[in-house]
Design a protein around this ligand. Structure first.
Ligand code: 8LE
Length: 466
């Protein structure tokens, strides 16, 4: 049996709710985190058929899917076999919830076990419902507590959760982990009118050690603080951990937040379906990008066409598999995001693979233009490094005849706008590889997001029809 040395490694998962590590230990579970990765992988390979069998036995969704593929969960005993397990795409989950409302026929636990219901806002399509088992919620909290410990959060620390507490799982997941870690949690929330301005007072009063939000929200908070003549460094925040969108691993965004708050930025996050979504997360001793905590969720970086794992060093799309969830377990969920993975010495002693540049975008959001692939995060990074940048921009993609055009409307403060335009034009040309038209607009022209930013307006289909 592989995994004998791994702390509390059993199926179904369950953790001693009173456990806390030795206060001096950088690790929650020293063996699981620092063991020989091949031994860990061997233990995961023993776990996978159990999760797949559970899904097959308890859900018509997975049974249909695997029967159609001629797949028997018992045969998933090699990595080669696992890589041929068909991926799950979000559209299938949505369809399953339309056909078997409200949670779809992949729920896998009895109704009496459901402890929390969550949902998405549905801004990008039909909303998705999440049903979390009681035992799963405990396991999720344990996993997140363990990862927060890795970031340097400790019992007794104040954790300020400043993200939506309605249709967003991020806040709930962060809160559950901080509670399990015995922190003082402030579920402050976000999104209601006037809340950002009031957050400034609460942050000054509570002096939290750790803070959670989306990167966009932290940038917004810094701006509002500046308008109200409060220096965000006075909040005393030591650790700002973010999920929900790229940003914490975009160098200029990260620098801006670290400087504004005099803090340490930590990137984390996979997908709401994959809760415990903090399974990809940086640590105190390995602050860049994210580590893939492979004994919580199995992360693969795959070729987006074949869904075969790409070698370390290569780019691909993350594909995720739960190892500990029994309610709505996801087996090879295709994220449609983009990242690059590596296996290197992480500095913190954890032997996990990493995403050195985080998750840098979604395949759908990548702009294909005149033979180039442009990531919106690259544009963000260029603009933020130029002095005089006003803090927001929009990327407009259009078509005139057969010619695609890309233009950036960027806010500029009262600095020299001609200088700013020149620097932006040449910076974007260098990074994007194309001539990008720059239109300078006044600071505060664009609406700020208090959740996830949306900056690209691709009007090509529309302009083509004209
Ligand atoms: C780059 C993970 C969570 C709960 O914060 C979240 O946002 O989940 P949600 O709403 O299902 O959105 C998932 C998508 O947000 C991912 O597919 C990815 O495109 C983006 N995302 C989440 N965390 C990050 C991220 N993109 N870096 C991140 N750290």
């Amino acid at each position: 049996m592989a995994g004998e040395k791994m702390e509390e490694w059993h199926w179904p998962a369950g953790y001693d709710q009173n456990y806390l590590p030795d206060p001096g230990s950088p690790y929650w579970f020293p063996n699981r985190e620092t063991m020989d990765p091949q031994e860990r992988d061997a233990a995961v390979l023993e776990r996978l058929p159990l999760v797949i069998q559970h899904a097959y036995d308890n859900s018509p969704f997975y049974r249909r899917k695997y029967d159609a593929a001629g797949l028997d969960p018992k045969d998933i005993t090699t990595w080669e076999a696992f890589e041929q397990v068909p991926v799950v795409v979000k559209e299938e989950l949505r369809q399953s919830q339309v056909d078997a409302p409200p949670f779809g026929d992949y729920i896998c636990v009895p109704d009496s076990e459901i402890h929390h219901i969550h949902g998405t806002s549905g801004t990008t399509g039909t909303p998705t419902g999440f049903a979390m088992g009681r035992r799963d919620w405990e396991v999720i909290a344990d996993n997140h507590a363990r990862i927060l410990w890795g970031m340097g959060v400790r019992p007794g620390d104040t954790v300020f959760v400043s993200a939506l507490f309605s249709l967003y799982l991020g806040s709930w997941g962060a809160m559950s982990g901080a509670e399990r870690l015995r922190c003082k949690v402030f579920p402050y929330g976000a999104g209601a009118s006037g809340m950002t301005s009031r957050a400034i007072g609460w942050l000054t009063r509570t002096q939290p050690k750790a803070f959670y939000s989306t990167p966009s929200y932290a940038l917004r908070l810094a701006e509002v603080a500046e308008q109200e003549k409060v220096d965000p460094r006075e909040f005393g925040i030591k650790i700002m951990f973010f999920s929900g969108e790229p940003g914490a691993s975009v160098p200029a965004v990260r620098n801006k937040i670290e400087k504004a708050f005099d803090t340490r930025v930590v990137d984390c996050g996979t997908m709401a379906e994959m809760t415990p979504f903090m399974s990809a997360s940086a640590t105190d001793g390995s602050p860049d990008g994210m580590l893939l905590w492979q004994d919580i969720v199995w992360h693969e970086i795959c070729d987006p066409d074949t869904y075969r794992t790409v070698p370390y060093g290569d780019e691909g799309t993350p594909v995720y598999t739960h190892l500990e969830r029994t309610s709505q377990p996801m087996i090879r969920l295709a994220s449609k995001d983009l990242s690059r993975w590596e296996m290197k010495d992480n500095g913190c002693g954890r032997t996990y693979p990493s995403l050195p540049s985080g998750v840098y975008g979604r395949i759908d959001d990548m702009i294909h233009i005149r033979g180039e692939n442009v990531y919106p995060t690259e544009i963000d990074n260029v603009l933020r490094e130029i002095s005089g940048y006003g803090g927001e921009h929009r990327v407009l993609v259009s078509r005139t005849g057969s010619m695609d055009e890309i233009k950036v409307r960027a806010e500029c403060t009262d600095a020299d706008t001609a200088e700013f335009e020149k620097a932006a034009t040449s910076g974007l040309h260098r990074v994007v590889g194309l001539r990008v038209g720059v239109e300078v607009v006044a600071a505060n022209t664009f609406e700020r997001s208090e959740h996830k930013a949306k900056r690209v307006i691709d009007d090509r289909e529309h302009t083509q029809k004209k």
